[in-house]
Design a protein around this ligand. Structure first.
Ligand SMILES: Cc1ncc(C[n+]2csc(CCOP(=O)(O)OP(=O)(O)O)c2C)c(N)n1
Ligand SMILES: CC(=O)[C@@H](O)[C@H](O)COP(=O)(O)O
Ligand SMILES: [Mg+2]
Length: 645
């Protein structure tokens, strides 16, 4: 009988014999490989933390003890060990299945949610401090990756630990990888700790502890030998960066050695000071294809479990927006050496890898450091460099003040390219880019564009590169619409919309790829309802083409807006503001995302249908609103609903 199905929580893990643990580890790996081959997901990070997660559940007991995982993309093993094996896990990241990250409402064992990097240490410190204030005795364990150390918030928390608590356990899961190879000074420093082990300064307590456990003496002797050999490397009083921050540094140890993990976890639990246990793991361990390509298998689409080959997508699909962006950026950067590209540890996801490969001198990966990326760009822009900052819509939320205070207030010339604007269906609420129009529209000097297709994306990049000031281009995850690309991009007049279809009953003002949905809708309503429905490709959420909008507001019975953004403060709100400012009361129906966090699901279409944004729902919204307008020339029964209502 397999072990995994019997594991309902930490007590079941603790009940296993040491001999059973590798069997359990293997079962977990097979389950993760199988399920992610069907659903896609973060297979690499999770295969790397199997033994570590087992050790955590053998030494601590959630929900009383608390685990805080950074990003929480590596929480699949924790979920499998806390009763979520089975149908729910088989649908992880899919409709009705588990979240691909931890969320507080999914399980009592998940004390803290995530999806964005860098939050774990601060949250864990908050929990430890709360414990101290209440006088309770639970353990708090933060699990952070090596790339989490490139994140400023992690360093802010590190700085605060010593002043805040006496007991906090930090597990540094060092696999040398972010999504791409980790960057900056941190990996080099961690490597120093590995190649010249800081060695945990065999204090009496650790030394006597190691004497008391089987095999401990060997570790103790190794430690003394290393200390002797490295004494010139580290003077006694300064052994590691972490100890300067007031944490006891232990490690590095093999994060796949279950026995070693047991010993060091036992020791860490006894520490009456904050401790960081540096474990070395291998991303993708147990699956050859992931070992050979850690970047691809950090977060992957469905694949063949035997070969690791991605499951074939429909032939002839249009290019994905990130690659259109990346290739165009290379072309622009070749023509203008002032152009540089900046990514926050997302070269492949943003398409910046194309610039890295072709013009490495004009490429910068600053790590998981979005605030720094924007400030770095601001500094570059003061010296006649044209920075192009490629950060997902959702991750750019991190750098909001830097956008306002540093780039726009100083009127600096920076172009922001925000991929994943719209839904990231499988990643869910932490990754949907549904707020950027709202959070940017109120910022003076911000110019916000959204292309209707991949060809217009490149035109908007040209527009942003030519413009002297802050421009933001937002576009969705995934494939373009398959239009022919111009040979040479053409800049667009700032604030100029594009009239695609005439109409005087209803004018649909759509933004971004929703323009294509709007054209289909207009044709259908016109054909079925005998209404004259027009479509405008708005192109700009700021500034709006006020002249054209007011012309339509005076000539049409209804203005409809459609956007891939929340309605609150979105593009439709901008249209309302313009009409009000002009003293016009033309009816407006706004179609966009509701004021809620949209869960994860299988597809964009499915989530749209769940949130009132299917084609039929959009059509009904428009007709309902049109029908409610008191108009002598159009009687209510002249409007037949497609469904015959
Ligand atoms: C603020 C933010 N920026 C970027 C990302 C994208 N991202 C997700 S995981 C990851 C790398 C994490 O590396 P590490 O912490 O070392 O964990 P590992 O995947 O190696 O286990 C990145 C950059 C994110 N989730 N949040
Ligand atoms: C966990 C994380 O934030 C990234 O791995 C993210 O899931 C990547 O998203 P894309 O797959 O849309 O690039
Ligand atoms: Mg890592």
């Amino acid at each position: 009988m397999e072990l995994l199905p019997r594991i309902k929580g930490p007590d079941d893990v603790k009940a296993l014999s040491p001999e059973q643990l590798p069997i359990l580890a293997n079962e977990i790996r097979q389950e993760i490989i199988q399920v992610t081959s069907d659903n896609g997901g973060h297979i690499g990070p999770n295969l790397g933390v199997v033994e570590l997660s087992i050790a955590l559940h053998r030494h601590f007991s959630t929900p009383k003890d608390r685990f805080v995982f950074d990003v929480a993309h590596q929480g699949y093993v924790h979920k499998l060990l806390t009763g979520r094996y089975g149908d729910k896990f088989k649908k992880i990241r899919s409709t009705g299945g588990l979240s691909g990250f931890l969320t507080r409402d999914e399980s009592e064992h998940d004390c803290y949610g995530a999806g964005h990097a860098g939050t774990a240490l601060s949250a864990a410190l908050g929990m430890a401090t709360a414990r101290d204030l209440k006088g309770s005795d639970e353990h708090v364990v933060a699990v952070i990756g090596d790339a989490a150390l490139t994140c400023g918030i992690t360093m802010e928390a590190l700085n605060n630990i010593k002043a805040s608590t006496k007991r906090l356990i930090v597990i540094l899961n060092d696999n040398k990888w972010s999504i791409a190879p980790n960057v900056g000074a941190i990996p080099g420093y961690l490597n120093e700790l590995i190649t010249n082990p800081v060695y945990n300064r065999l204090h009496n307590d650790l030394e006597s502890f190691l004497e008391s456990v089987p095999g401990g003496n060997a570790i103790r002797k190794f430690g003394k030998k290393v200390k002797a050999e490295t004494k010139d490397f580290f003077s006694d009083q300064e052994s590691s960066l972490f100890e300067k921050y007031g944490l006891r540094y232990i490690g590095p140890i093999d994060g796949h050695d279950q026995e070693l993990l047991d010993q060091y976890m036992t020791f860490a639990k006894k520490c009456e000071e904050p401790v960081i246990l540096h474990v070395l793991t291998t991303k993708g361990k147990g699956f050859e294809a992931a070992l050979n390509n850690p970047e691809k298998f950090h977060g992957t689409s469905p694949f063949c479990p035997e070969t690791g080959q991605s499951k074939p997508s429909k032939p002839g699909k249009p290019p994905v927006y990130q690659d259109v962006f990346g290739r165009a950026l290379v072309d622009f950067a070749k023509k203008d050496k002032r152009i540089v590209g900046i990514t926050g540890a997302m070269p492949s996801g943003t398409g910046m890898k194309h610039l890295h490969d072709e013009l490495p001198g004009q490429y910068f990966d600053v790590g998981i450091a979005e605030e720094h990326a924007v400030l770095f760009a601001a500094g570059l822009a003061t010296s006649d460099i044209k920075p192009v900052v490629a950060i997902y819509s959702t991750f750019l939320q991190r750098a909001y003040d830097c956008i306002i205070h540093d780039v726009c207030l100083q009127d600096l010339d920076v172009m922001f390219c925000m991929d994943r604007a719209g839904l990231s269906p499988n990643d869910g609420p932490t990754h949907h880019g549904l707020f950027d129009i709202s959070y940017l529209r109120c910022v003076p000097r911000a110019i916000i564009m959204a292309p209707k297709d991949e060809d217009e994306l490149v035109d908007m990049m040209k527009t942003g590169i030519d413009h002297k000031g802050a421009t933001f281009i937002r576009y969705p995850r995934g494939n373009g619409v398959g239009v022919k690309m111009k040979d040479e991009p053409e800049a667009i007049e700032i604030g100029k919309a594009e009239l695609l279809r005439e109409g005087d009953d209803v004018m649909i003002w759509a933004l971004g790829p929703m323009v294509n949905d709007a054209l289909k809708l207009a044709s259908k309503i016109s054909a079925e309802q005998g209404l004259h429905v027009g479509v405008v490709n708005a192109r700009f959420a700021k500034p709006i083409d006020t002249e054209l909008l007011l012309e339509h507001a005076k000539s049409c019975r209804l203005i409809a807006t459609i956007e891939e953004n929340v309605l609150k403060g979105g593009f439709g709100s901008a249209v309302l503001e313009e009409l009000q400012d002009a003293g016009l009361d033309t009816p407006v129906v706004r179609i966009g995302w509701p004021d809620k966090f949209v869960t994860h699901g299988n597809t964009v279409e499915e989530l749209r249908g769940d949130n009132g944004m299917s084609p039929q729902q959009m059509e009904d919204d428009i007709l309902n609103r049109f029908r409610a307008i008191p108009q002598e020339s159009v009687t209510a029964d002249a409007i037949r609903f497609p469904s015959g209502k």
